[in-house]
Design a protein around this ligand. Sequence first.
Ligand SMILES: *Cc1c(COP(=O)(O)O)cnc(C)c1O
Length: 396
Amino acid sequence: MTNQNGRFGVHGGQYIPETLMNAVIELEEVYNHYKADAQFNQELTDLYNDYAGRPSKLYFARKMSADLDGAKIYLKREDLNHTGSHKINNVLGQALLARKMGKTRLIAETGAGQHGVATATAAALMGMECVVFMGEEDTIRQALNVYRMRLLGAEVVTVRTGTGTLKDAVSEAMREWTSRIADTHYCLGSVMGPHPFPVMVRDFQAVISREIKAQLMEKEGRLPDAVIACVGGGSNAMGSFYHFIEEPGVKLIGCEAAGRGIDTFETAATVNTGRMGIFHGMKSYFCQDEYGQIAPVYSISAGLDYPGIGPEHAYLHDIGRAEYVPVTDNEAVEAFEYLSRMEGIIPAIESAHAIAHAIKIATVMDKEQTIVVTISGRGDKDCAAIARYRGEDIHD
Ligand SMILES: *Cc1c(COP(=O)(O)O)cnc(C)c1O
């Protein structure tokens, strides 16, 4: 799609300090070179297949479809990837690129810890140093992932500024990159930040929709009627949408975390409650207060607890190509429990937001229609938090 100079319509761009300009220009040049390089793509495909376990399955949720008595529901199983989410698709691509650039150190931000774990994994695999920035609040919520990162050889830096969550970890990682560019690559975790990150991360995640298209064609002989994915920064959704953008018959639906509801202040539904702004190197939609300051956001899901959205999503919203719907904590928790019982699949609480919306629309669709829902990750990491939500303490 449109991305002249990293713009998606009015969104995107490179709103960064002068000191980072050389780093993003170098990254853009190297990426443009290697994305067309057959050997690079072969190496990446080998890593996807042999290390990450791709292609991920497209599973027909027979019981769930029968229970809802509407559209046929297929689940794209990114939860089955190595390290348990879609994050590895992007990280392997960026780590390989970093190695081509001669970098020996990866830094990353993380919220729920999934991107940090994926980055620490790739660093271990490629023999690189790794530092992960994580908000203090999240290191407490996701202690298991902090341990996993350290086990993998990464240093985890606790970020105590701001609200001690994902946005502060991103700010800190950008600051660190500014001060150390020569040997360090910033492995950004979503389709956000300054160009070329939104384009590059989307291209690495586009493997999801490339596979969905081929797999559904084999199973149903046609394209899906709708593709549904949850949206934090938007990388699993962009990856799930990408190869369907030019197929007008395929509805694209992103599910935002509404938290306690879009009519409350405890929400992270950026498109539904935010306004245009500039933050973390990009122009896009952000949750803001009345003075235009980035608003504190809330969601039960640490992975969706981000006050912005990637610029390509902002553009797809503007042109009406994709629809962004809010899903509350409560709806997500119910969907988390529903999918576990109904299909024997415990989804990440992030992915449960997409399941919740699929449940709403499947019932009013025809039996011949199909919906593909991306299960962006597995739910083991969320069990303690969901138990707590239900008033049970299982001591994680
Ligand atoms: C990180 C994460 C998300 C949110 O990130 P996106 O860039 O919006 O995909 C969603 N689901 C899982 C399982 C994650 O780990």
